[in-house]
Design a protein. Structure first.
Length: 295
């Protein structure tokens, strides 16, 4: 189930990339900027400011909902000439998706880029889907990276190791209670999978969302380090290729209402640029790895 395909991306991996956003995720991060990728089912975004009230959507909707009661059947996506209703989620076979990705092969070759499989959580798709897709990409000579939250059975990672993808691996918090409070699940499986990936010799790039009010804060207990610094101490043990510190942003906050979802209450903030550079220096000194801000 594919949410979106972005061509000519310059983030989420090296070079020029095609980024595929899969739909469906086991986590419910309260800071999620792509909330429409949480559900595995198709969804419809409604833009009331574009709606002319023509009723065309109600005429084709199999739930009879029209503008207010859509359940994501998708029939209205093509009949709304005002683009008041847009869809998220369609099934694409591994063969078709590999063909779409292959269209920009010259750009990958020139820039050292490739495809990044993101989400949601791409490894939450049907078992075997990623195996076939990566096999096809490998035959086409296209580099692949997998942007993973890690909350899936280890077997999903293990099956992909022969295809030697790069794993862009999320590391949100070290504290399991904090992780559960803000994502809906603890991080035991996530940390276990990270350790197994590194022991297996996989190419891993750690991605750390720096969320003001969650893992980045001024600790009130004398002598105790903030969570983000504890995470740096923990990350020292992993032979990762690179660590990216990603400052929180709320550019996707408008999506919650568009998709009929309720945005979680939060008081998150974006750490200042100076603070991000300070944290990068701390992580470099602690881990001895390449640490970048953003990416």
């Amino acid at each position: 189930m594919i949410n979106n395909i972005q061509r000519y991306g310059i983030h989420d991996g090296g070079g020029i990339r095609t980024v595929v956003f899969f739909k469906g995720c086991p986590l419910r991060c309260k800071w999620c900027h792509n909330p429409e990728t949480q559900s595995f089912a198709p969804q419809t975004a409604f833009y009331p400011e574009r709606c002319a009230g023509c009723g065309a959507c109600a005429g084709v909707c199999n739930s009879g909902g029209g503008p207010e009661g859509c359940r994501g059947c998708g029939r209205c996506w093509d009949v709304c000439c005002y683009r008041a209703r847009e869809g998220a989620g369609r099934e694409i076979s591994p063969e078709e998706l590999a063909g779409i990705i292959a269209r920009d092969t010259p750009f990958y070759t020139y820039s050292g880029g490739g495809a990044t499989l993101s989400g949601g959580e791409p490894l939450s798709q049907e078992p075997g889907y990623m195996d076939e897709l990566l096999s096809r990409l490998r035959k086409l000579g296209i580099d692949a990276a997998i942007d993973a939250c890690g909350a899936v059975p280890w077997e999903r990672f293990e099956n992909l190791l022969p295809f030697a993808p790069v794993f862009l691996y999320d590391f949100k918090t070290l504290d399991p209670a904090l992780h559960k409070e803000f994502t809906g699940r603890d991080n035991a499986e996530i940390l276990d999978n990270l350790e197994k990936l590194c022991k297996a010799g996989a190419a891993v790039k750690l991605r750390v969302p720096v969320i003001g009010g969650v893992n980045e804060y001024a600790c009130e207990r004398p002598g105790e380090k903030p969570e983000i610094e504890k995470m740096a101490e923990y990350a020292e043990r992993f032979p990762v290729q690179e660590i990216a510190l990603l400052p929180y942003h709320n550019t996707g906050s408008h999506k919650w209402a568009r998709f009929g979802m309720t945005e979680p209450d939060n008081e998150f903030y974006t750490p200042a640029a100076g603070r991000m550079e300070e944290l990068a220096a701390i992580w470099r000194a602690q881990t001895g790895r390449k640490v970048v801000v953003g990416g």
